[in-house]
Design a binder for this molecule. Structure first.
Ligand code: PMP
Length: 389
């Protein structure tokens, strides 16, 4: 009976959002939720997105079904942005998905069909949805240590030792850039080392790239992925436009599949479309149509890039400000993207919440954009009051 179901253990981040919403202190700071915020604490619709929505409203004369691939031009227009010099490689096929989540689900379900014995190697900590998506597709997870929060560095030797233990056909799930939740990205040498092991051990790389453009720049943030595309015949890329176009709720993503031949990629895509058909049949149109409209128009594309640059500059500015404020926060300066982790105990996180109305995850992950410009000093002072050495 449905009534016999046990209650789901609710996601701690969702609980945190509810707690923050219920707090009426006017100076509260919510660094829990993972969205871009401007200096006033808002998550605005990007200028080019607004303009494209207007254009779409004026020109779209039907909302009839598009077909299982969704907006084909959208996936094509993303190729140069995501794949760079590999954009013309006809062995790479792409399809619109409902967000990065949808792309990940399809990718992992596809792997489960091709090789149910594949194990998925995931560095810890990671974005909390990676594990349930993988387990939900019936694949075994192998967790390895990725980041040492207290030493504030990547545990690269341990990562290498773990993936050296993977067998042919095992999957290695990598964050393309702006690692969530740590902000700690592999450097170019480390990407090369990881790529070498992937090739040597015949592993399947699955690159999750959800924050392209919010680290160093669109091309710079895809450099690790492109190195993998240089070296590997089989690659899966789960991409999201939700952050870099700020269209979170519109659910805009793309899955790219590379195999050794166009024929094999088309067959893999056939499976992906069948899996999608069982889950959502066709991806939601609006967000992808908007991104397509931006990318089809050079002026809108230029404006999107300019605003993305502004967003990235703000991220870098806040990172510098946090690092300048306290030598113990120096490590935040050279990390990437929206997140970083503070070496705090759950008790210290609770203390910040109760005493200072600062809301962050128990893990110490915080969104560096979570506070408005005029709240940064108060945040740093409160954190400095509780942080370890
Ligand atoms: N991967 C990572 C690492 C993420 O942080 C997120 C979103 N928080 C996603 C994928 C999924 O993004 P989307 O909202 O596009 O599904």
């Amino acid at each position: 009976r449905l009534a016999d179901l046990d209650a789901v253990r609710s996601d701690s981040l969702l609980k945190l959002i509810a707690l923050a919403n219920a707090d009426s202190r006017p100076n509260k700071i919510d660094v829990g939720v993972g969205v871009y915020r401007d200096g006033q604490g808002n998550t605005p619709v990007m200028r080019a997105v607004k303009a494209a929505e207007k254009k779409l409203w004026e020109t779209q004369d039907s909302k009839s079904y598009l077909g299982s691939k969704g907006d084909i031009a959208y996936a094509d227009l993303l190729r140069p942005i995501v794949l760079g010099e590999h954009s013309g490689d006809e062995r790479i096929v792409g399809v619109q998905t409902p967000g990065g989540c949808g792309a990940l689900r399809l990718a992992i379900q596809l792997i489960a069909r091709a090789n149910p014995a594949a194990r998925v190697f995931v560095g810890m900590p990671t974005w909390p949805n990676h594990v349930p998506i993988t387990v939900g597709c019936g694949l075994e997870i192998v967790e390895y240590p990725y980041y040492d929060r207290d030493a504030r560095r990547i545990r690269f030797d341990e990562m290498m030792a773990a993936i050296e233990g993977a067998s042919a056909g095992d999957v290695i799930l990598l964050h393309g850039c702006c690692h969530n939740p740590t902000g700690a990205d592999l450097d170019a040498d480390q990407w090369r080392e990881v790529t070498r092991v992937i090739v040597e051990r015949d592993l399947l790389p699955l690159v999750d790239i959800a924050y392209q453009g919010l680290g160093r720049g669109l091309d710079e943030d895809a450099a690790g992925l492109r190195g993998i595309l240089d070296a590997c015949d089989e690659v899966l890329v789960a991409q999201s436009c939700d952050k870099n176009f700020s269209v979170y709720r519109d659910r805009v993503g793309c899955l790219f599949i590379k195999t050794a031949s166009r024929e094999a990629s088309d067959i893999a895509m056939g499976h992906v479309l069948q899996i999608a058909r069982e889950m959502w049949s066709m991806p939601p149109d609006h967000g992808a149509a908007v991104v397509r409209t931006v990318l089809q128009d050079p002026a809108l594309t230029a404006d999107w890039r300019a605003e993305l640059d502004e967003m990235r500059d703000r991220i870098l500015r806040i990172r510098d400000k946090l690092a300048d404020a306290d030598p113990r926060l120096e490590y935040i300066r050279n990390q990437m993207g929206m997140f970083s982790m503070l070496p705090l105990t759950p008790e210290q996180v609770l203390q910040l919440r109760e005493r200072d109305a600062i809301y962050m995850a128990d893990s110490g992950r915080f969104n560096i954009l979570g506070m408005a410009d005029d709240a940064i000093d108060r945040f740093v002072a409160a954190v400095a009051g509780v942080i370890g050495g």
